[in-house]
Ligand binder design. Sequence first.
Ligand SMILES: [Zn+2]
Length: 119
Amino acid sequence: MANLHYCPLCGNWRRAFDEDEGACRVCLMRRFAAGCEDAIARELATAPIHVRRRFGPYVGRRGTLGVRPPRPTRRQCGDDYEAALERWELRIARMEWDAARQRLHRIRVAKAEDERRQR
Ligand SMILES: [Zn+2]
């Protein structure tokens, strides 16, 4: 168990751990995704109505997240269960970050297009 580190943020024992940040990789990915969501909220606050309609909190998410891989089960993984679960959580967190980043990018492109049209 020497390669396990306790993450003070999520309270899990993790294999993938960022010593510099003092948090596990899953928490880091979640923090990045939250940062993107904050940026999205700020961009949408100053976006024209048609951009907001297109990318508001309940639209534009579908299709960007993709298909989630199934959660591993203990029966499937046996002794590897804890590690498999961590890999799965990391994958989901990364997918969410990717989706948020993609959405942020699309909003910025839509806003830039709109500004060009205004000129
Ligand atoms: Zn964590």
